[in-house]
Design a protein around this ligand. Structure first.
Ligand SMILES: Cc1ncc(COP(=O)(O)O)c(C=O)c1O
Length: 457
């Protein structure tokens, strides 16, 4: 296979990793209740659980950390971040938050009443849970192509604009306090959303007077996809594309642990002055004073530098190239994955790889465990454990696909690591018929995949 564009950086610090024996991996996963989130990281060789907060910071970010201003109020680091926020996102106001879900929590607390509906292309699980926790209904209106894993639609994360229009008509604007779109669309494969689609989404929301918030976690990866795939944007910089994206919206939530290349951080941004005042008060109650918002001054400083580095096009070319390399490598080995390659992760279609395991026995969960047992690799199920739910009439709903996500931390692993993932997956595929399902022995009410316990059937 052809290599991907080389890393536009060199390695200055290393962190040793080791692969424990198969026998030790078997004991470790059993002790973890067969839940990937229960493992100790020292027992993992290649950790693809998430790209969230797991990347490597640059020497400039570490230098900014040393210069972080830890003043309780009015810290210099806050104003440096504020400048970056204004240049890139252009919203009138923002509050820092310790991560994305804290921003979602504040937004949901302020705007959602029981019975409200919040449409999006596809909400991420923490957004869904925050909406449900307020008695609201998260509604996913992604285009139909998203549920066909082999469809190579260039913007498979797009909102279905007709569905959105119909949903608003049927539900009534009075029941929709705000609408969203997620870029890139994590839950359906890290797939991008086109600028045309973001604009149309915005027009529909605005026509109905519904405030539009973008879940901006991976906005830079999305902007680079637009540059590569959307006619008319090839000569625009990722910064210009990002600015065009956010001009269409009334606000944004962001987990800075993704495209701001930091280990912790996030924000809630908005234009509405009144909402900003309410958000600041909520922030003070839950996170901290508005010029630090649950973070240290040094975290704000690293985020300001990381926001710019995340938009660097040489970095984005390498970044998306690495994900494409792993996706195409698995496909070439005959492993069913969501196509085309997304931005931050590869999504293996466990439903197709393990068709003999019924959905009630969680094929995605079973595959994630095999990846660990075979190669010491940690991925995460995004299938029926994460997303299935029982409605108020007792009917069980499953997501469209049973996926295992292998998310690639930013600036962290090399091509040799990617090759090992391909080799391990190939070994599993050879003996896939002998892999069995799992049953749940404990599950909490919300976000059960984080802490549920399982046993093999
Ligand atoms: C699209 C999306 N939104 C929101 C979040 C939540 O962010 P955090 O984990 O920082 O709370 C994530 C995290 O993975 C995400 O991928």
């Amino acid at each position: 296979m052809q290599a991907y564009p080389p890393e536009p950086f060199r390695i200055k610090t290393i962190e040793p990793i080791r692969r424990i024996s198969r026998e030790d991996r078997e004991s470790a996963i059993k002790a973890a209740g067969y839940n990937m989130f229960g493992l100790r990281s020292d027992d993992i060789y290649i950790d693809l659980l998430t790209d969230s907060g797991t990347g490597a910071m640059s020497d400039r970010q570490w230098a900014a950390i040393m210069q972080g201003d830890e003043s309780y109020a009015g810290a210099r680091s806050y104003f440096i971040l504020k400048e970056a926020m204004a240049d890139i996102f252009g919203f009138d106001h923002f509050i820092p938050a310790h991560q994305g879900r804290a921003a979602e929590h504040i937004l949901s607390t302020l705007l959602i009443q029981p019975g409200h509906s919040i449409p999006s292309n596809t909400h991420f699980d923490t957004t869904e849970a925050n909406i449900r926790a307020r008695g609201g209904k998260p509604i996913n209106l992604v285009i139909d192509e998203a549920s066909d894993p082999s469809n190579r639609h260039p913007f498979k994360g797009n909102m279905d604009i007709d569905k959105l229009e119909r949903f608003i008509q049927e539900t009534g604007v009075e029941n929709i306090p705000f609408g969203m779109t997620t870029i890139t669309n994590n839950a359906t494969g890290g797939q991008p959303v086109s600028l045309e689609n973001i604009r149309l989404t915005s027009e529909v929301y605005r026509k109905h007077g519904i405030p539009f918030f973008i879940d901006a976690c991976r906005y830079a990866e999305n902007a680079y996809f637009i540059k590569l795939r959307e006619p008319g944007y090839e000569d625009k910089s990722t910064l210009e594309i990002a600015q065009e994206i956010f001009k269409t919206a009334d606000g944004a939530t962001m987990s800075a642990k993704k495209d701001a290349l930091v280990n912790i951080g996030g924000f809630l941004a908005m234009n509405d002055e009144e909402l900003f005042t309410l958000a600041k008060n909520e922030l003070i109650l839950r996170e901290g004073f508005p010029t630090y918002g649950g973070l240290a001054g040094r975290d704000l400083a690293a985020m300001a530098v990381g926001l710019w580095e995340g938009l660097d096009e040489a970095y984005l070319e390498y970044r998306l190239g690495q994900t494409a390399y792993l996706t195409e490598g698995l496909l070439a080995a005959g492993i069913p994955v969501v196509e085309p390659p997304g931005g931050h992760a590869v999504y293996v279609d466990a439903g197709q790889l393990l068709p003999h395991i019924p959905r009630e026995q969680f094929p995605g969960w079973a595959l994630a465990i095999e990846l660990y047992l075979e190669g010491g690799i940690r991925g995460v199920e995004l299938g029926s454990v994460a997303f299935a739910y029982v409605d108020k009439d007792g009917e069980e709903h499953h997501p469209a696909l049973e996926l295992v996500r292998m998310a690639i931390p930013r600036r962290m692993y090399t091509q040799t690591h990617m090759d090992l993932v391909i080799q391990t997956s190939t070994e599993i595929m050879k003996r896939s018929k002998n892999i069995g399902g799992y049953r749940i022995t404990y599950a909490p009410k919300l976000l059960r995949h984080f802490t549920a316990k399982f046993e093999p059937i």
